[in-house]
Design a protein around this ligand. Structure first.
Ligand code: UDP
Length: 254
């Protein structure tokens, strides 16, 4: 396993060559980073939880026909995915003001937005992922207008679906980020959801207390990050290996 070819190492994940052409293995690390790597820490068990939560979300997206890169989970930290050409644009959808939007526009965190808002950020660590417009995306050739339309419609579908999914678990989906990629199948190409969807990439607040259940716990040094991620997994009905009730018999972990 160690001699696999490493394709890419990011802040929280590593990509390895997959077992078949056109596949990759996505490995979730325990590293937590914020403010473009100025704050780095290791949160033991975060990778395992994000692997499980992201698997759960992508499986649900598959069930309702939202195209994505996920094939199957391989083990505690890894999943098999389709190789895509990542579009270097982060698509953020916001339902409630928080984070950079609150700062930029002077909106109090927690203010409901009149409607869901989509923003684009150019994926570039050296530049701190600057916000960009559709004009920048097409002018610099990161994606064409059709691809931008596809990304926006995927983002809206993911938002509608995830908002309901989390609401059913007593969690408010404040905002989230997705990444999209080009999946080539023969002569055809389509835009699919890639990367991960987890409490690292979403803002999730408890519906009653507004308690943060996401990476803001790390960014804002609130502590309790792992416990919050565990609570998200629990509320979504995801059983993790080490959560097996004491005294219960062996369980099949799929
Ligand atoms: N986000 C992300 N990766 C990034 C930047 C943002 O996953 O590199 C997510 C973040 O977790 C939040 C949403 O996108 O759910 C909006 O983030 P915001 O622009 O408010 O950024 P922040 O101020 O948190 O850096």
């Amino acid at each position: 396993m160690n001699r696999r070819r490493r394709i890419y190492e990011g802040k929280a994940k590593v990509l390895y060559e997959g077992p078949e052409p056109g596949t990759l293995i996505q490995h979730f690390k325990d590293d937590a980073t914020a403010f473009n790597n100025q704050k780095i820490d290791r949160i033991d068990g975060k990778g395992v939880l994000n692997n499980r939560i992201s698997e759960f979300v992508f499986l649900r997206l598959n069930e309702i026909g939202i195209p994505n890169h996920f094939i199957r989970r391989l083990n505690m930290r890894e999943q098999l995915i389709r190789e895509v050409e990542i579009i270097p644009v982060e698509v953020v959808v916001r339902n409630i003001a928080a984070g950079s939007l609150s700062k930029r526009l002077g909106l109090e965190e927690g203010t409901a937005l009149p409607r869901s808002v989509i923003e684009f950020y150019y994926k570039n660590d050296e530049l701190d992922d600057p916000m960009v417009s559709e004009e920048h995306i097409t002018a610099f050739g990161w994606a064409n207008p059709q691809e931008i339309d596809d990304m926006m419609s995927l983002a809206i579908r993911v938002n509608d679906f995830l908002s309901g999914l989390f609401l059913g678990a007593g969690i408010r989906l404040v905002d989230f980020k997705i990444e999209c990629g080009r999946l080539f199948e023969g002569d055809l190409m389509r835009i699919v959801v890639a990367d991960e969807i987890s409490p690292d990439s979403c803002r999730l607040w408890d519906i009653e207390t507004n308690e943060k259940m996401d990476k803001d716990r790390f960014r804002r040094e609130m502590g309790g990050m792992l416990e919050a991620y565990q609570e998200v997994a629990k509320r979504l009905g995801i059983m993790t290996q080490n959560e097996r009730p004491v005294g219960s018999g062996p369980t099949l972990v799929q």
